[in-house]
Design a protein around this ligand. Structure first.
Ligand SMILES: Cc1cc2nc3c(=O)[nH]c(=O)nc-3n(C[C@H](O)[C@H](O)[C@H](O)COP(=O)(O)OP(=O)(O)OC[C@H]3O[C@@H](n4cnc5c(N)ncnc54)[C@H](O)[C@@H]3O)c2cc1C
Ligand code: FES
Length: 234
């Protein structure tokens, strides 16, 4: 399916596969579409459908409350059913040539370990190595659970084949229950990323103050790992 995206500053064209979220298709084409969570909670990816047909893969998404105008939809939850023209209210640019470009990845869950009664760590061994910036996250789809969840990497390594995560259990949560019930090691998962702009670059040359609540500490761990590797605090 061909998607024409009209932004405030210019128009873009990209292809979306039949089951591919429009947001992910645009980001994979290296177009910096607006998003924050990539998983249906923030409303930042809202767009207006001008022509064409879409399917909403999560009509109950909480961030639908941010949709006010006619024909608005969430690009992170909707897939195209035909060629579409969509419109976003913001300025949109191509990604910088030096960026870590988001893409679809397949991986295998490894080394699941309970850290406390409601916090687990685990790794995903990727089929292909990838780069990400310290502080970034991926969205992940696990077997038998609808939709993608965002998880921040806690490690930092260039061209890595292993992403490490720390997960807080949410009672009754689809992904949480699946990960905490045991037996996840060896399972295949689908990832999209890296995503997110709350990143750290050592060339910044400034003091760092990291503030996180709950599982937000994960991205900070990656930032501190990168700072340690670069002897930033010395
Ligand atoms: C950028 C970002 C980084 C994060 N990093 C971490 C981290 O490092 N560690 C951590 O523990 N948590 C992290 N989270 C929270 C994490 O994504 C999950 O929300 C949390 O683990 C609970 O997931 P669950 O499946 O157990 O709960 P659920 O209640 O089943 O789902 C929670 C979220 O999953 C999505 N979702 C649920 N159902 C559907 C559906 N049918 N279709 C599509 N989407 C659906 C929605 O985003 C929903 O808010 C992060 C979230 C974001 C946005
Ligand atoms: S990016 Fe947050 S709701 Fe789509």
């Amino acid at each position: 399916m061909r998607i024409q995206l009209n932004a405030r500053n210019r128009a873009y064209d990209f292809d979306a596969a039949p089951d591919e979220r429009i947001l992910y298709a645009g980001l994979a084409a290296r177009i910096n579409l607006p998003y924050e969570c990539g998983s249906g909670t923030c409303g930042t990816c809202r767009a207006r459908l001008v022509t064409g047909e879409i399917d909403d893969r999560w009509p109950q998404a909480v961030s639908r409350k941010f949709l006010k105008r006619a024909n608005e939809f969430l690009m992170c939850q909707c897939v195209a059913r035909s060629d579409c023209t969509v419109e976003v209210a913001s300025f949109v640019y191509n990604m910088d040539p030096g960026a870590c470009f988001p893409a679809f990845h397949g991986g295998t869950i490894r080394y699941t370990k309970a850290l406390t009664h409601d916090v687990n760590s685990f790794s995903v061994e990727l089929a292909q190595p990838t780069d990400f910036d310290a502080g970034q996250f991926v969205t992940m789809q696990v077997p038998g659970v609808a939709g993608y969840r965002g998880y921040s990497m806690v490690n930092f390594e260039r061209a890595t084949s292993q992403l490490d995560f720390v997960i807080k259990k949410k009672s009754g949560g689809g992904c949480s229950e699946w990960l905490f019930k045991g037996g996840a090691d060896g399972a295949h998962v689908d990832l999209f990323g890296p995503l997110g702009t709350a990143t750290f670059y050592p060339t910044l040359g400034k003091n760092i103050l990291c503030i996180a609540g709950g599982s937000g500490v994960a991205g900070m761990m990656s930032i501190l790992e990168r700072a340690r590797q670069e002897r930033y605090f010395e």
